[in-house]
Write a protein that binds this ligand. Structure first.
Ligand code: CTP
Ligand code: MG
Length: 241
């Protein structure tokens, strides 16, 4: 890997339209391997921050650094390949399960794909498909359940082996058993990588190294779950409902 997954924002201001700033003075530092979570109400700016981590947009002011390099100077497509993978609405295509996993890294061997599927907790359900790894998926993946599609998405990310991950947690309606499988796969995938998680369920961020509480484009509180509970501020309010 070229990058370690260290990410730093310094005084970042951003607006999709320069006349309307939606993120104000964002400062954050993620050490390689840390799990950073974003919580806050709709429109607070959580997805926007992750868009900037991927450098989908230019910022108005401030600095974004990976491994101490100001990434304003690096071509964006290269960055996307080397840093973040967004695990959300993963696109499956008509082809075998194996090829759909391999899409994460086109020169991956079958063994690498199977290893990734095992890590993702996807191996068992794949083995039970009519043709195992050679089962052909429909273009929209509609011959799989939502939970199975998520497990494949995790396997695809695992084979890509990126230094950092961005997870915009789906507010999906999968059953609790499948959800537990997906969450175990996610945990295995996040191990050893910097992870930015947008959480819609506070229970999934309890173990984060740092939880950022956002409101109207600002980080208004930050800390571990316990620290934020002790603060008895916005997070405490959200948590105790
Ligand atoms: N916004 C915008 N143009 C876009 C996307 C978003 O102007 N293309 C604005 C939104 O109207 C909002 C702000 O940027 O005021 C932050 O949006 P977003 O980061 O998407 O908010 P989230 O915290 O991700 O909200 P949600 O929980 O609903 O996903
Ligand atoms: Mg969002």
């Amino acid at each position: 890997r070229e990058l370690t997954g260290e990410v730093e924002f310094e005084n970042v201001d951003f607006g999709y339209n320069p006349d309307k700033i939606v993120l104000h003075d964002i400062n954050m530092y993620a050490k390689p391997g840390q799990k950073i979570a974003f919580v806050g109400s709709t429109g607070a700016g959580k997805t926007t921050i992750t868009n900037l981590i991927n450098r989908f947009y230019d910022i108005q002011d401030g600095k974004i650094r990976y491994d101490n390099i100001n990434i304003g100077k690096i071509r964006k497509p290269d960055l996307r390949r080397s840093l973040g993978i967004v695990l959300q609405d993963t696109h499956l295509f008509t082809g075998t399960v194996m090829d759909n996993i391999r899409y994460g890294k086109l020169d991956a061997t079958d063994e690498e794909c199977i290893k990734a599927a095992k890590l993702a907790n996807a191996h068992d359900f794949i083995k039970r498909l009519p043709d195992g790894y050679n089962t052909v998926l429909t273009g929209d993946g509609s011959n799989l359940s939502q939970g199975q599609r998520q497990l494949l998405a995790i396997a695809r990310a695992a084979v890509a082996d990126p230094p950092a991950l961005i997870l915009d947690e789906a507010t999906s309606s999968i059953d609790t058993r499948t959800e537990a499988m997906v969450s175990r796969g996610m945990d295995a995938l996040m191990e050893g990588r910097t992870s930015f998680v947008i959480a819609h369920r506070l229970s999934t961020v309890k173990d984060a190294d740092c939880i950022m509480v956002m409101e109207q484009g600002r980080i208004i509180e930050r800390g571990t779950h316990d620290q934020l509970i002790d603060m008895k501020g916005r997070y405490y309010q959200l948590y105790t409902g």
